[in-house]
Ligand binder design. Sequence first.
Ligand code: ADP
Ligand code: ASP
Ligand code: MG
Length: 816
Amino acid sequence: MQVLKFGGTSVANAENMNKVSGIVQQALVRLPQGKTIVVVSALGGVTDVLLQSGGMAAAGDESYKELLQKVEQRHLEAVKALIPVTQQSSVLSWVKQRCNEIEDICNGVFLLGELSARTKDRIVSFGELLSSKIIAAHLNAQGVENTWVDSREIIRTDTHYGSAAVDFAITNSLCHDFFSAAAARLFIVPGFVAADAKGNTTTLGRGGSDYTAAIIAGAMNALTLEIWTDVSGMMTADPRLVPNARILPHISYQEAMELSHFGAKVIYPPTIQPVMSKNIPVWIKNTFAPEDHGTVIENDVHKNGNNIRGISSINKIALLSLEGSGMVGIPGFSRRLFESLANDLINVILITQGSSEHSICVGIDEALADKAKLAVDRTFAYEIETGRVEPLRVEKGLAIVALVGDNMKSHPGISGKMFGAIGRNGVNVRAIAQGSSERNISAVIAAADVKKAINVLHEDFFETTYKQINLFVAGTGNVGSKLLAQLKQQQQYLQQNMRLQVRIVGMANSKKMVFSDEGIELDNWRDHLQKGEASDLAKFVETVRSKNLRNSVFVDVTANEMVAQVYDQLLAKSISVVACNKVACSSAYVYYKKLKDLAREYNAFFLFETNVGAGLPVIGTLNDLLRSGDVVTRIEAVLSGTLNFVFNNYDGTRSFAQVVKQAQDEGYTEPDPRLDLSGTDVMRKIMILAREAGEHLEMEDISNNSFMPASCMVGSVDDFYKEMEKQEKHFKEIYQQAASAGKKLKFVAKYEGGKASVGLQHVDSQSDFYHLYGKDNVVLFYTNRYPDQPLVVKGAGAGAEVTASGVFADIIRAAH
Ligand code: ADP
Ligand code: ASP
Ligand code: MG
């Protein structure tokens, strides 16, 4: 004997039912001697509609009639499409009669304004009765003889309507008697439906058609049980949550049970038990791709080297915590807690108990939380009144994620990896449980974090392919557009060589912003941005936070003060921040410190290498020195690409203002060039280096020996250029003073003994700064290990291309 079960999607309409009939006929060929039993679900979605109709009728809402009308229509259409006209009439009238029955019952419910669990089961049972009858008639019409069986005659349950418990002793013998005596080769059976001892209709719980099939397979000791559905097997995770989920070709009964218990909807959890005890292999197959291998669930499982089989999740969980000093060392508290839940038929999904015995914590279905609170507080009323136990604490809005695998036991490090991965992504774990079977590790987290957590875990445990990095880029100016071009150019390389899939999920400039979960196409990001909505920083940040994507990185390639002020909100959600914007690091020390602390606390990166020396590895080098135990005694540096360019190119032949303008046109200056010319930008940079070296410095602490006449620094940028023209004499004098002594002008920053200063200096040919051309920067680190000859970092210290590449490198650092 073999048993095949077809789910709701497989029988959703005539087209699909035709596929089912093909699969059934092939199955008959495969087993020419034995019997074949086909169990079917209701047409996809019908169970929900029937329950909804009952609910509406009970609530006095007459629209249940329209819903039932549609249900009838759907079934009649299926009959008309599947069965030749000459043979339709008896099936059509059977379907109509059943639909009338449903309506009669609902009318009764409407009149009474009451819907009992028993009546609900009556109503909902029609879904499977109708679908199975239609399939049976369809097969008959095709010449495939079969017998329709009313499952209420072969499956006996208790009276726990809605999710009745099977009486296996009676059921097994009813099945035996029935199928052994029947002459037919093929039987069509409605799933989900059963009956109690008095013959009242009961149901086996949502998704219960799988169970019906397993019960019959177990009772009849079938050769195989095939569950035909709409996916090609049990997968490493729910494919609706994890697009990269993979099919598992083989898994053990225990693994299947754990995965389904923790939410893998593809099989109804109780299904495994009746077949496992008889060692009957269960195949999960795809009705829409029957040639696919599918999953086989059995005892003897080939090891595939991966200790984790799958990851599943259950939403809508509530956590109940019973706590109190009066619980310590006194036996019986757990028993009373569980008894009180059991008496109210509340199923416990997860249990943890602190070893202090001071608290017990259980996870249950959120819908039952209020009922549980009443029951438990009632049970412990005396202890609560005398202060020995706190009233039951209930937290809703939670979910469970579970890692499942037989081989997890005796493999250390799995839970470490699990919690490390989700922790890095800012997912807070509310409770943890690991079964002593070591077959699963489960964590209770906020429901809003499920998708992120599952994807992160899937990436860490299953995906040898790539890791996804989700970028949100603020700023599409000089540096921003270069960065986007570099990302586009390197996308393929990163995926192939570093296994990183970098996607730009959000992008904004001062006018527009746009988001795309699939990643904004970099070929024509300008068009996408143009079509986006009006820019709104607060909304942008809120979207970044609420998208709650794994491995999120916010990239600030603006020079904007407002943008610098949102980093804290992002870091506090474990979103890494990469900035070439210097405002944050050079603002008040408390904010800089706060951002550093937040990054540490929330396991995010806060990276700003390009704040000093553009793409040069200045901050990274400094950090490496310090981390390896070196002590920085002095830093001397030329840190302004603009000023270096200006003094390298100014010799009085062209006006100073013209040379500055050229620097701006070539993209070396800050958007406001006065920040460079005044020395402020250099002050910010040396302050950032000093801060990174552990110094608590503010801008006021830095002395600035500025060479700019004060009159140049008022008004607009235009005024600034005009005034510089007027002051040409002043600049010429500065130049000639140095040139006449054979020296060059360099704007030098210095940090030593806790103090920092910046200013224009004359340097001679002996100086490290003398041979510094174009827009180059140089940083000299004097340390305990480099006392006389400094460690030198030198190269282009300004320009959009090199700055973008520095930002790029920080993004890759954040990705790891
Ligand atoms: P049926 O109606 O055939 O019984 P279900 O909808 O009950 O089908 O179950 C199949 C669905 O289960 C799939 O479409 C898939 O979206 C979902 N699912 C959840 N977790 C998993 C998993 N780990 N593997 C496969 N499918 C899963
Ligand atoms: N039709 C029932 C449900 O939707 C049973 C099943 O499909 O397995 O829950
Ligand atoms: Mg199902």
